[in-house]
Design a protein around this ligand. Structure first.
Ligand code: PMP
Length: 285
């Protein structure tokens, strides 16, 4: 991704894509002092743009740093990146981190906060799974307790187990991995939240130790508007035996049907298709 034409916004200015570089002694590279957002622009407008910028600020605060640009300034910068690259439909990655500076140790208080925003074209996150239903592996790693790490921050450190779980899943021919949490309840995938359908009602894990995704919140609103009962609760993995449909939600994943998790199978049913299509319509409206 480093060798291409285009512009990236970095610390207040647009720079050439190939020049958007950092020093090897960047604190974030050694100690994961980094937070990020994944957003999608549809027809020239980023869906829930402001909420993403606010979450970026919130995530930074969880890691003890303040983003030196207001939410309004981040909003303007995202627009500038999209315009400079001529995008009306794109994935937008806004991120902030502790750079190289005075110190090179665990404490980063004297290192500068850096901010960048890039955008690129990104189609279906799970490829043709959008039609057929994705196949998920069950990760050997567990989502950690909120007492061990700030679980609601979208912070790089939390993605270490996502990357390794996704590698293991891909090696088995799966699109992604599903995590249980530290108590054994069903949690989320490596970059998406999960929903199940049983007898016309929806069940989704309570986001008490993972990201309460903006797409998750949107989909819950959409279900409630349709008078569909939504149970946000702790779900045991064995319960998947009795669930008939399943889908994932996320900015990149949008609403992607799931056909299989481990040995459990699901149909790509009417409710899954309806919500997936309605979400697509909503983000483009
Ligand atoms: N969980 C994780 C771990 C994620 O990376 C994402 C993607 N940001 C989500 C859930 C879904 O969040 P959102 O709907 O806000 O994109």
């Amino acid at each position: 991704y480093d060798d291409r034409d285009g512009k990236i916004w970095m610390d207040g200015t647009l720079v050439d894509w190939r020049s958007a570089q950092v020093h090897v002694l960047t604190h974030a590279l050694h100690y994961a002092s980094s937070v990020f957002e994944g957003e999608r622009c549809y027809n020239g407008k980023i869906f829930k743009s402001r909420q993403h910028s606010e979450r970026l600020h919130y995530s930074a605060s969880c890691l003890d740093f303040e983003i030196p640009y207001s939410v309004d300034e981040i909003e303007a910068a995202k627009t500038a990146v999209l315009e400079a690259n001529g995008f009306t439909d794109a994935y937008v990655r806004a991120f902030a981190w502790r750079g190289a500076g005075e110190d090179m140790g665990v404490s980063s208080a004297r290192n500068p906060v850096r901010v960048a925003i890039a955008a690129w074209a990104w189609g279906n996150y799970y490829g043709d799974a959008k039609m057929k239903g994705a196949k998920l592996d069950i990760s050997k790693w567990k989502r950690p307790s909120p007492e061990t790490i700030p679980v609601h921050a979208k912070a790089a450190g939390l993605y270490m187990i996502c990357t390794t779980s996704k590698h293991a899943a891909e090696a088995k021919g799966c699109s992604d991995a599903l995590f249980m949490d530290y108590r054994g309840y069903v949690a989320e995938a490596t970059g998406a939240n999960i929903f199940f359908v049983k007898d016309g009602e929806v069940h989704t894990p309570l986001p008490d130790c993972f990201l309460n995704g903006l797409t998750r919140q949107t989909v819950i609103e959409m279900l409630k508007e349709r008078n569909i009962v939504v149970h946000e609760r702790h779900i045991m993995p064995e319960e998947m035996e009795g669930f008939q449909q399943c889908w994932l939600t996320g900015t990149a994943a949008e609403v992607t049907p799931v056909g299989q998790i481990g040995d459990y199978t699901f149909e790509v049913g009417a409710m899954t298709r309806e919500i997936s299509e309605a979400y697509e319509k909503l983000v483009r409206s």
